[in-house]
Ligand binder design. Structure first.
Ligand SMILES: [Zn+2]
Length: 116
């Protein structure tokens, strides 16, 4: 089985982490514009905004985690969280569903977009 999808919460978490790095990289580039204080300030503000955005994303993950359904993965027996109707196990990336109608069907992220 192709396991190209990853757990949503993990995906958002790595996105937030990359935002922190991007923020620091932007701020680092600001140092090269020491002779142009306005450009340097602009870089610093942009970098700071990226870091603030990542903080907001982390906050959002916290909110999502409380809404996610906690289940024990049948494949690796570890507790994982499902967001939406179909999601991946955080540990072994086994596709999991909370919708009994989808059990046994091939995993597809588009199930999450369908509304009942
Ligand atoms: Zn698992």
């Amino acid at each position: 089985m192709a396991k190209k999808y990853s757990n949503k919460i993990n995906k958002i978490r790595s996105f937030a982490l990359s935002l922190v790095f991007i923020g620091f990289i932007i701020m680092y580039f600001g140092i090269f514009f020491k002779s142009h204080p306005i450009v340097m300030t602009l870089f610093m503000i942009l970098g700071l905004l990226a870091i603030i955005a990542s903080t907001l994303v982390y906050f959002w993950i916290g909110m999502l985690s409380t809404k996610a359904v906690q289940v024990v993965c049948p494949n690796c027996n570890k507790p994982t969280k499902i967001l939406g109707r179909v999601d991946m196990c955080m540990y072994c990336r086994e596709p999991l569903t909370v919708d009994p109608n989808l059990v046994g069907k091939e995993f597809d992220e588009k199930y999450n977009k369908k509304q009942n």
